[in-house]
Design a protein around this ligand. Structure first.
Ligand code: FAD
Length: 236
C-alpha cells in the first residue's frame, strides 16, 4: 500500500461540527471515487488506532488536491486535525476500499446518513466533471438543517444537472425551510420517492448502525442484494 505526504492548503467548515481538510499533493494519487485513506499522525506506529484513522476522500480524483472531511469530536485524532496549520504536512496511507463508483453504472441511488456524505461528494464531483449521463438519486439524512454538510455544493449541482435528484431529510427537529422531509429514511419514503428502485444500484456509506439499517431497508424493499454496495465507517 502507498504512503504519501500531503500539505494542508485549506480548512473548510461545512457545518458546526463537520470540517473539510484540503491538501496539496506532490504527485497524482490514483484513487477511485468512493475510496478512503488512513490519515497517519503516529508515523512510528501505523497500527496506533487512537491517532491514525480512516477518512474517505471528499474530492474527485481529477482535482489537483485531495480533501477529507471529518465530524470533529473531542478525540485525540480530532485534536491533531484541528491543530494542523496551513503548510504543515501529514502522512496518508492508501487508497483503500471497494465500495466504488464505476462509469458503467447508469442508474444509481445513495442512502446516506450524516458524515456518510463524504465519499458521495467524491463520486458526484467525478460524475459531473466527466459529464457522465448517470441517473442519480441521493437521499441524505441529517440531524437537523444546520448539520447538512455540502448543501450549497449539492444544491448547485442539482440545479445544473437534470440527472441528479436530491432529497434531504432531518431527524432531530422539524425541517423549517419547507424543502426537507422529516424523519429517518424509511420504506415509505423509498417507495414514494424512488419508483424505479429495482433498476438502481445502491450505495450506502456511514456508521455501522446506519449502514446496516439502510442495507436492510433496501433488501426489505425488494432490491437485489448484489445491487447494494455498502461501506461501514467503523469507529462511530
Ligand atoms: C472506511 C471508513 C471510512 C471513513 N470515513 C470517514 C469520513 O469520511 N469522515 C469521518 O468523520 N469519519 C470517517 N470514518 C470514521 C473515522 O475513521 C473515525 O472512526 C470517526 O471519525 C470517529 O473518530 P473520532 O476520533 O472522532 O472518534 P472518537 O470520538 O474517539 O469515537 C467516536 C465513537 O466511536 C467509538 N469508537 C471509536 N473507535 C472505535 C472502533 N474502532 N470500533 C468501535 N467503536 C469505536 C467511541 O467509543 C466513540 O463512541 C471512516 C471509517 C472507515 C472505516
Amino acid at each position: 500500500m502507498n504512503t504519501f505526504s500531503v500539505k494542508l492548503i485549506e480548512k473548510i467548515k461545512r457545518t458546526p461540527s463537520i470540517e473539510s481538510f484540503r491538501f496539496k499533493i506532490q504527485q497524482r494519487i490514483d484513487f477511485l471515487p468512493g475510496q478512503f485513506v488512513k490519515v497517519v499522525f503516529d508515523e512510528k506506529d501505523l497500527q496506533n488506532k487512537g491517532i491514525n484513522k480512516y477518512l474517505s476522500f471528499s474530492s474527485s480524483p481529477g482535482k489537483d488536491y485531495v480533501e477529507v472531511t471529518k465530524r470533529l469530536s473531542d478525540s485525540a485524532f480530532s485534536a491533531h486535525l484541528k491543530a494542523l496549520r496551513e503548510g504543515e504536512s501529514v502522512l496518508m496511507q492508501g487508497p483503500m476500499g471497494n465500495c466504488i463508483f464505476k462509469e458503467e453504472y447508469k442508474k444509481i441511488g445513495f442512502l446516506i446518513g450524516g458524515i456518510g456524505i463524504t465519499p458521495v461528494i467524491s463520486i458526484l464531483e467525478y460524475i459531473l466533471e466527466k459529464k457522465l449521463v448517470t441517473d442519480i438519486i441521493l437521499i441524505y439524512s441529517s440531524r437537523n438543517n444546520n448539520e447538512i454538510a455540502f448543501r450549497p455544493e449539492l444544491n448547485a449541482w442539482q440545479e445544473a444537472n437534470s440527472n441528479l435528484r436530491i432529497l434531504y431529510t432531518v431527524t432531530d427537529c422539524r425541517p423549517d425551510d419547507g424543502i426537507c422531509l422529516q424523519g429517518r429514511i424509511n420504506r415509505d419514503m423509498l417507495r414514494q420517492r424512488v419508483p424505479d428502485l429495482l433498476a438502481r444500484k445502491f450505495f450506502i456509506y456511514g456508521p455501522p448502525v446506519m449502514a446496516k439499517a439502510m442495507k436492510d431497508l433496501c433488501i426489505a424493499s425488494g432490491c437485489d442484494k448484489n445491487e447494494i454496495m455498502a461501506e461501514n465507517f467503523v469507529g462511530y
